[in-house]
Design a protein around this ligand. Structure first.
Ligand SMILES: Cc1ncc(C[n+]2csc(CCOP(=O)(O)OP(=O)(O)O)c2C)c(N)n1
Ligand SMILES: [Mg+2]
Length: 558
């Protein structure tokens, strides 16, 4: 006989049964029974300051581990605050489960206090939205949530918890732990891939998406070496291929190396593994034809619905990267590789493009110098986190990612992601260096989570790149409406004092030569730290200035 337990306890016991060891939350009175069950559970709780931060921490946990990140938030206000984390999980294909409070079952549809129709609100963002009607079904629903979040193309699941269902008792057994569903490529598909590769003259690989692992990355690296195949990482998926590998060709981000773009455009075979070739990596859907790609397209994706959705592939392989890369070990290169030398050339172009030493921008504080210092000071397994803004270019272009699980950056371009992602990462991997590169606009979207870093004694390092504006938007403004600055200027606080007020370490850095010693002091402080880096607003990208953009646009207007 199974003893009766409250819904709250059944829920927490089933999280443990599914292997959950941590959750992120902002508490609400709507799920007190869960909080009470957590009191005795072997689950590390991270209490956050805003649900957006909590959801992003859970998403970062999912991205780093491949297991669903778990977040608990309260009804309407908590759930709507958490929505950016959900949207990131969707666009980034990250497994995540968001538990949200809900009003009592008997009061539904009266628009009770903080009531929200979660199926309607999150229906197009989440992979699955459900509401618990009967606490006895919690083991079933939680088991399904873990399977749904991790299988096929991973993504977010939302489970609404009516308050009374959490205090009601039921006698029910826990579910067995979930197993992510693996999809394997067929032998004929791998033979077809070999045939296509043997017929190719200028093949290239583009890696993206989720469901990779250190093992899968290592296998693809071996494959690339055997085939001398140039390998490109998709936008913000740079941890999928070691940048010091002789076949690494660069990343398909914003502001891409023109030589890389040309190389992809002249390819006669594109092997796209794991990703969707969505708007940013496809350079505004211009890289391949839609639906007929042009070059031979081999598309490997864990979700069959993604295959043929935008691009009509010549060979579609429904498999996750782990299974596909295992099968690659049996694919043989031709005796004489017709494209021999192209990978080395592509890698040489990448090396030249990503060397910060050659970059000069206006102002006394050079971001090229900052990146050069970081390259020397940080270990290869440091976790680099960022949100959205022009400042992120410096990380994407000049940080040499060398290991899986070292990049937390939203392909959805969500500002404010870096800090909570960094806090989430440091909670999971306390012994690894975690560096957040943030913009002045970007940082304050979730800057309150610096308090969470202090609360849990998480010595993350924030490099706050302050140019006194929403620089990205100002850049677009100068391009489209030169000289007509509107709604993009920012008056900023003293971020070093901000760090100290929260109990962290803070310093102001205004010259390149001051960065390295400040970095050392920040690390030695053993505290969460902010290095407030003031850069010249003219230094809008590594290669051009605001004034130059304005002048070009004015000249074009005549
Ligand atoms: C949540 C969110 N709001 C707005 C935007 C639009 N947006 C993209 S970049 C940007 C400005 C970023 O400013 P900052 O962090 O200071 O970086 P900078 O571009 O100045 O380096 C804005 C407003 C966004 N991507 N995400
Ligand atoms: Mg800025």
């Amino acid at each position: 006989m199974t003893a009766k337990r409250t819904g709250g306890r059944i829920l927490v016991d089933n999280l443990v049964a599914q292997g959950t060891d941590r959750i992120f939350t902002v508490p609400g009175e709507s799920f007190l029974a869960v909080l009470d069950a957590l009191h005795d559970a072997d689950i590390a709780v991270t209490v956050c300051r805003q649900e957006g931060g909590a959801a992003m921490m859970a998403e970062a946990h999912g991205k780093l581990t491949g297991r669903p990140g778990i977040c608990f938030v309260t009804r309407g206000p908590g759930a709507t605050n958490a929505s950016p984390g959900l949207h990131i999980a969707r666009q980034d294909s990250t497994p995540m489960i968001l538990f949200v409070g809900q009003i009592e079952r008997g009061a539904r549809e009266r628009e009770a206090f903080q009531e929200l129709d979660y199926r309607a609100v999150f229906g197009s963002v989440a992979k699955w939205v459900t509401e618990v009607d009967d606490p006895a079904r919690l083991p079933e629903l939680i088991s399904r949530a873990f399977h749904t979040a991790t299988s096929g193309r991973p993504g977010p699941v939302v489970i609404a918890l009516p308050e009374d269902a959490l205090v009601e008792a039921a006698a029910v057994a826990d579910a067995l732990a979930f197993e992510p569903v693996e999809t394997y490529p067929g032998l004929t598909q791998m033979a077809e891939l070999q045939k296509l590769l043997w017929a190719a003259e200028r093949p290239i690989a583009i890696l993206g998406g989720a469901r990779w692992s250190p093992l899968a990355v290592g296998r693809f690296a071996r494959f690339a070496e055997r085939f001398e195949l140039p390998v490109v990482c998709s936008f913000r998926r740079q941890m999928l291929f070691p940048h010091d590998h002789p076949a690494y060709a660069g990343d398909l981000g914003l502001g891409i190396n023109p030589k890389l773009l040309a190389r992809i455009k002249e390819a006669d075979l594109v092997l796209a593994v794991g990703g969707r070739l969505s708007e940013v990596p496809s350079q505004g859907y211009s890289l391949l034809g839609i639906p007929n790609p042009g070059p031979i397209l081999v598309h490997v994706h864990p979700d069959p619905e993604e295959l043929g959705r935008v691009y009509r592939p010549d060979l579609a392989v429904n498999a996750a990267p782990t299974a596909f890369t295992a099968a690659l070990e049996g694919v043989q290169p031709p005796n004489l590789i017709p494209w021999s030398g192209r990978a080395a050339q592509a890698h040489a172009d990448y090396l030249a493009w990503s060397d910060p030493a050659g970059v000069r921008t206006p102002g006394a504080l050079q971001m090229g110098g900052v990146m050069a210092t970081l390259r020397e000071a940080l270990p290869a397994n440091a976790i680099l986190c960022n949100g959205a803004g022009n400042f992120a270019t410096w990380v994407h272009r000049f940080w040499p990612f060398r290991a899986y699980g070292t990049q937390l950056a939203p392909t959805s371009g969500s500002m404010g992601y870096g800090l909570p992602a960094g806090v989430g990462a440091k909670r999971v991997f306390p012994d690894r260096a975690v560096v957040v590169v943030a913009g002045d606009g970007d940082f304050l979207m979730n800057g309150q989570e610096f308090a969470t870093a202090v609360q849990y004694d998480l010595p993350i390092l924030v490099i706050l790149v302050d140019n006194g504006m929403y620089g990205t938007i100002r850049m677009h403004q100068e391009r489209e409406y030169p000289g007509r600055v509107s709604a993009t200027a920012l008056k900023n606080p003293d971020f070093a004092a901000y760090a100290r007020a929260f109990g962290g370490h803070g310093e102001r850095v205004e010259r390149t030569e001051d960065f390295a010693p400040a970095l050392l002091r920040a690390v030695q402080s053993g505290k969460p730290a902010i290095l407030h880096c003031l850069i010249d607003p003219e230094a809008i990208t590594p290669s051009t200035t605001l004034s130059a953009i304005r002048e070009r646009a004015l000249a074009a207007q005549g």
